[in-house]
Ligand binder design. Structure first.
Ligand SMILES: [Zn+2]
Length: 172
């Protein structure tokens, strides 16, 4: 190898070191609301990371951890697939030069609502009323008496609470 080639190699290596020091890292872990689902979540859940110049995805490991390396400093969006219930949450944060971001992300693989008609706090049904979405009309076509219902608003999704405990002011 002649001296000129060696010089070029040293030069390229220095550039590599210079840039790699600037690259960031994301370490994270999913925090499950339901530990029974740990195995199935670890088998099929992907984490997707996007910025203007970067897109990558990894499957979580058996401990629900994941890692992304060599990321250029930028605004990062992170998504989970399958999504977490009840909302299709994505996370957005700024990754600084050379930063290692540690994330603990709550993850709920199933819709937590509609599984029981008993309040999860007092374990009773006597103060439980239905939550109704949209405008509620009675038989005369007037707005219904809301004492026996709770209004859930107008936005309807496939995962939202169905019942409300008036004692504990809890939706479930
Ligand atoms: Zn209750």
């Amino acid at each position: 190898m002649n001296a000129k080639r060696l010089l070029i190699l040293v030069f390229l290596f220095n550039i590599f070191i210079f840039y790699s020091q600037d690259l960031g890292k994301i370490n994270g872990r999913l925090i499950l609301n339901d530990l029974d689902s740990k195995e199935s979540v670890s088998q099929k859940t992907y984490v997707i990371v996007k910025s203007k110049t970067y897109i990558d995805s990894v499957k979580v490991d058996s401990n629900l951890k994941f890692e992304f390396t060599n990321i250029v400093s930028d605004t990062i969006r992170l998504y989970l697939s399958p999504r977490s219930y009840p909302n299709n949450i994505f996370y957005r944060f700024y990754l600084n030069k050379g930063e290692t971001k540690n994330l603990n992300l709550p993850y709920s693989p199933n819709c937590p609502y509609g599984k029981s008609d008993t309040c999860p706090i007092c374990c009773k049904k006597d103060y439980v009323i239905p939550i109704v979405y949209g405008l509620i009309m009675n038989e005369q076509g007037k707005e219904a008496d809301m004492k026996n219902y709770k209004s859930g608003g107008c936005v309807i999704s496939d995962c939202q609470p169905k019942l409300f405990c008036k004692r504990d002011e809890t939706e479930f």
